[in-house]
Design a binder for this molecule. Structure first.
Ligand SMILES: Nc1ncnc2c1ncn2[C@@H]1O[C@H](COP(=O)(O)OP(=O)(O)O)[C@@H](O)[C@H]1O
Ligand SMILES: [Mg+2]
Length: 395
């Protein structure tokens, strides 16, 4: 499934609501959390209109473990450290982690690893540092310093975090990426998800949901960036469901997510989107959204989403219930004033158009996704327009 909307329209909030429901159902979660905003799922919500949705505040601390790939001095909120196996790193992967761009530096890495491989079946990052140190190339110094900072980051270990520890029946794990540089994040996601997919195929972990916040960073559309995690995320998006491995992709830039991933989502939850390129990506990349629905997406009030799914006849508009646990994604106020309460009035028909999109302009893009013929949506009775979601258990 996907949750798409522009910044501040309630993606993370909605994701939090769904995660609460999944945990309530005993479904294991693995959450890739770039900003550490889901760690607050551990705490009960302090305020909100609980009565209206018939829910009570609830923290999920007993069911959640927060992992940090850095360490617990830098991230004291984490329960545990996350480590990757540091044995036999491939030259290509390592170059990406090190942020190596020049051919000469790349050559130093390849040469070192080739030499080690001729002598050893298994090697660690220390072996690579030693061998790079022996290189006669002047380019070795910058490679060495990058290697040393990776070693000192201690993400690689001989005692890596086991997938079976991360995914346990009825429990959730959060990988809090705070303080981890983007290339390293993608590397972690790539290795972790490869392992996860294999483990699920072999039945080593229970059926589960993988949650990917800021998904455009981990599986960007070509032309925007390239990362090591794209391939495995495409595989999980297309084949994961066969093995009971669900995936929730969350992004404020639908146009920037790999369209292979996006088009595999069976269910889309769309909140307010105004950027024309993103609207186009939603319309073209996903089935069942008409031009009329697109106009509706531009006008969605906060806390209200359009749900499109192969499992429902036509798009429906739903209200996202209040969180049971504390929402951790609040933006910081730079004026010192409180952010306006976006929830009131909830369904006031505020259909003013947004001012022109003012974020970075994008070049028009061509999509290869075949455009399906779309029927105009049937006229809905106003009474059926808003369905309460997740609170009533109907949707
Ligand atoms: N369904 C909702 N009910 C109540 N408040 C909401 C709801 N959705 C969003 N909000 C409020 O809007 C703010 C922005 O939502 P958030 O999920 O952080 O946005 P995004 O992840 O899309 O940038 C949150 O701080 C939250 O207070
Ligand atoms: Mg968010």
């Amino acid at each position: 499934m996907s949750i798409l909307a522009r910044t501040g329209s309630g993606k993370s909030y909605t994701a939090g609501v769904i995660m609460e429901e999944l945990l309530d159902q005993g479904i294991p979660l693995l959450i890739i959390d770039p900003h550490g905003e889901y760690t607050s799922l551990r705490e009960p919500a302090l305020d909100g209109d609980f009565e209206r949705f018939n829910v009570s505040p609830l923290g999920y601390a007993d069911l959640l473990t927060v992992y940090t790939p850095v360490d617990r001095v830098l991230n004291p909120g984490a329960d545990n450290v996350f480590r990757l196996g540091g044995i036999n790193l491939k030259a290509g992967d390592l170059s990406k982690i090190l942020g190596i761009q020049s051919g000469t530096q790349m050559g130093v890495v390849y040469e070192a690893i080739q030499k080690i491989r001729a002598e050893k079946n298994s090697y660690t990052i220390d072996d690579i540092i030693f061998e790079v140190g022996n290189s006669s190339s002047n380019a070795k110094w910058s490679v060495l310093s990058a290697l040393e900072s990776v070693r000192d980051a201690e993400i690689f270990s001989e005692h890596p975090t086991k997938v079976q520890d991360l995914v346990q029946p009825g429990r959730g794990s959060i990988i809090d990426m705070k303080g981890v540089v983007p290339d390293m994040q993608a590397m972690i996601v790539a290795r972790l998800c490869e392992e996860l997919f294999e483990a699920r195929k072999m039945g080593l972990v229970p059926p589960m949901m993988l949650v990917l916040e800021e998904a455009h960073n981990y599986c960007p559309e070509k032309g925007f960036a390239k990362t090591v995690s794209t391939d495995i995320l495409r595989t999980i998006a297309s084949e994961g469901r066969k093995f009971g491995l669900g995936m929730m992709v969350i992004s404020q830039r639908p146009a920037r997510i790999d369209k292979n991933v996006l088009s595999q989502c069976n269910t889309q939850i769309i909140l307010k989107v105004t950027n024309p390129n993103d609207l186009q990506a939603i319309r073209k990349g996903l089935e069942g959204i008409s031009v009329e629905a697109e106009a509706e997406i531009k006008r969605l009030p906060p806390g209200v989403a359009m749900v499109v799914s192969g499992d429902i006849e036509r798009p429906i508009i739903v209200e996202i219930r209040v969180r049971k646990s504390r929402h951790g994604g609040e933006s910081v106020s730079v004026t010192g004033r409180e952010a306006p309460d976006v929830r009131k009035p909830l369904f006031a028909p505020d259909i003013r158009e947004d001012p022109e999109w003012i974020e970075e302009p994008e070049a028009p893009r061509v999509f290869e996704v075949e455009q399906k013929e779309q029927k105009a949506p049937e006229k809905k009775k106003s009474g059926s327009l808003f369905a309460k979601v997740f609170g009533s258990g109907k949707v």
